[in-house]
Design a binder for this molecule. Structure first.
Ligand code: ADP
Ligand code: ADP
Length: 542
């Protein structure tokens, strides 16, 4: 080993080219002997949005507690902590000097949006209006409520809000405060793309118009790209140590992260790069029809939500992406196909074996992960299964845990593994990115894609993460309509046409990064944005 790692090389025994510079220096903080150490700190800047990109457990919250003045950094000297003056001395001449001086003098005020919004109802007893009125220090509430479409749930009890509603209320409550420093730990969970873009714009406006310092952790790369001015990449061994790099430009930070190699740090963080091919169809896709389905319709009760699906074909060996806003009927469609729900009109019984991962993963029996997965496939434990499923989904470490003890992200990874391990004609994954950090997302995405290619499998994926859809899908099915009222699904169509239709509804345009071909959201009303809208090219710049 290189002498840093506690048990095993965090980078899967990749040769570590150089000991990172940061690890030769003293950490910003160490919790105790053999406890987690954090190297480096992000540097918030007035009038800017600073992003942090990296897995969970790498010290992001620790860093924020330091910047908020809640945790006095001990510079690794956990036995005899230095005082703030010594800390300040250690940061003299760095970007953080002025900021640390303000923290020492108690002059920094902070507003924080927690990562797990599901916890909010346990801490607040009351309705949305009461919660938001407490935080309205900038007299901005009306506009936040309007832009985040919170109006309909203003008088609803916090404990009755859905995940997406809670997330938007939490974002509004944070942005309504009047502080120097705002920290938002993930803004996208439970939100659809339109809502994600709106939240990102609100955060940017607070930096640009009010000169505030914004720090954001985000695992949706397209949104992070739109949001941030500069980016710190965080890497290391979750639970053991974390390194927060010096700031990079957002473009370079994301490109380096995807390539698996950090240039300035001279550091490999992943064995394989994540590569975007410009909608190249898979060679295995010959357009053979696996199944065709007729027009379908479904409504829930009198005057409640109604859905119409235009009949179409699912091709053998394709990955079909499914996109659309929340509440538009995507999960209803999945349940119709799997026979979990009956149609009103049209026969959805496709006579296919379908392996289905629902949006809300409910595996929580008292059973160990290894016992559960080996009951699904006799491939369990084979070298193929280990390489293609267990490793990329990081299952090794949780094999001996009980399903009922897993975190949301762990449960998601087990559910994806279970879905892919089953033998079926069609694999249907509803929101596989939910609860996964950025590294788990890119790994899960490549696991699903490789599995589809190597097994000649037919896969349908519903997701809001544009990178995941772009990397995975050969064709696209687009849902539109009026959320919670009425939904309509188009026939599956080529990626380019589908994305154009979908993004035109949202008035968002993407271009391709020149170096990596990854999709990047254009700044609204920028020259490219206007040009692409004029030409109707919402997704691929010519
Ligand atoms: P992130 O926000 O990136 O998920 P955190 O900063 O919350 O990471 O945690 C990083 C590591 O530090 C975790 O392994 C966590 O268990 C550990 N840790 C956090 N707080 C303490 C503490 N007070 N004492 C010891 N270890 C801690
Ligand atoms: P999506 O997956 O696109 O977010 P869903 O298919 O989950 O959308 O839901 C579409 C609409 O149908 C929503 O307004 C939802 O509240 C409503 N809905 C879903 N299931 C039921 C049900 N069992 N009874 C009544 N309404 C439902």
């Amino acid at each position: 080993t290189c002498g840093i790692c506690v048990e095993k090389c965090p980078f899967d025994a990749i040769e570590i080219i150089n000991l990172p510079q940061e690890l030769q220096e003293e950490p910003a903080h160490r919790y105790g002997e053999n406890a987690f150490s954090l190297y480096g700190l992000p540097a918030p800047q007035e009038g800017q949005v600073t992003g942090i990109l990296g897995p969970n457990g790498i010290g992001k919250t620790t860093a924020v507690r330091i910047l908020a003045g809640e945790l006095e950094p001990n510079l690794g000297r956990y036995e005899e902590s230095p005082d703030w003056d010594e800390v300040l001395e250690a940061y003299r001449g760095t970007e953080l000097q002025d900021y640390i001086a303000d923290v020492r003098d108690g002059e920094i005020t902070v507003a924080r949006k927690p990562q797990y919004v599901d916890q909010i109802p346990k801490q607040f007893d009351g309705n949305t209006r009461q919660l938001l009125e407490q935080t309205d220090e900038r007299d901005a509430l009306d506009s936040l409520v309007e832009r985040l479409s919170i109006g309909p749930v203003m008088d609803q009890a916090i404990e009755d809000l859905s995940g997406g509603e809670l997330q938007r209320v939490a974002i509004a409550a944070t942005l309504a405060r009047d502080t120097d420093f705002y920290f938002l730990d993930e803004i996208t969970p439970y939100l659809d793309i339109g809502q994600r873009v709106t939240a990102a714009r609100l955060i940017r406006e607070l930096a640009e118009d009010e000169g505030k310092s914004m720090l954001v952790v985000e695992h949706d790369l397209a949104i992070l790209d739109l949001l941030a001015d500069t980016l710190h990449v965080a890497y290391g061994e979750p639970g053991a140590y974390g390194v927060i790099t010096s700031p990079k430009s957002v473009r370079n930070g994301i490109n380096e992260y995807l390539s698996g190699y950090l240039d300035n740090e001279n550091m490999r963080i992943r064995q394989n790069p994540i590569e975007f091919e410009e909608h190249a169809p898979r060679t295995a896709t010959h357009g053979d029809v696996l199944v065709d389905y007729p027009d379908l319709s479904k409504s829930y009760g009198e005057g409640e939500f109604s859905l119409e699906i235009k009949g179409g074909e699912i091709h053998r060996n394709e990955v079909l992406g499914i996109v659309g806003p929340n509440g538009i009927g995507k999960s209803t469609f999945a349940k119709l196909l799997t026979g979990n729900l009956d149609t009103d009109e049209g026969d959805a019984d496709l006579d296919l074996d379908i392996s289905y991962k629902p949006q809300y993963v409910t595996i929580d029996q008292h059973m160990r992960v290894d016992a559960f997965l080996s009951s699904i496939t006799d491939q369990f434990g084979s070298s193929y299964w280990n390489t293609e499923i267990a490793q990329p989904l990081q299952l090794e470490r949780i094999m001996e845990q009980n399903l009922s003890d897993l975190s949301g992200g762990e449960r998601q990874r087990v559910a994806i593994a279970a879905c892919l391990s089953d033998s079926a004609d069609l694999y249907l994954l509803d929101e596989p990115s939910a609860h996964l950090d950025v590294e788990q997302r890119v790994q899960a995405t490549s696991a699903i894609r490789r599995y589809a290619e190597q097994q000649d499998a037919t896969v349908m994926v519903i997701d809001h993460d544009t990178y995941m859809i772009d990397l995975l899908a050969d064709r696209l099915m687009v849902f539109d309509g009026e959320p919670a009222v009425h939904g309509h699904a188009s026939q599956p169509q080529p990626m380019r046409d589908g994305m154009n239709e979908f993004l035109a509804n949202l008035e968002v345009t993407f271009r391709r990064d020149e170096r990596t071909s990854r999709p990047r959201i254009n700044k609204p009303d920028s020259q490219l944005d206007r040009e692409q809208k004029r030409e109707g090219e919402y997704y691929y710049s010519p």
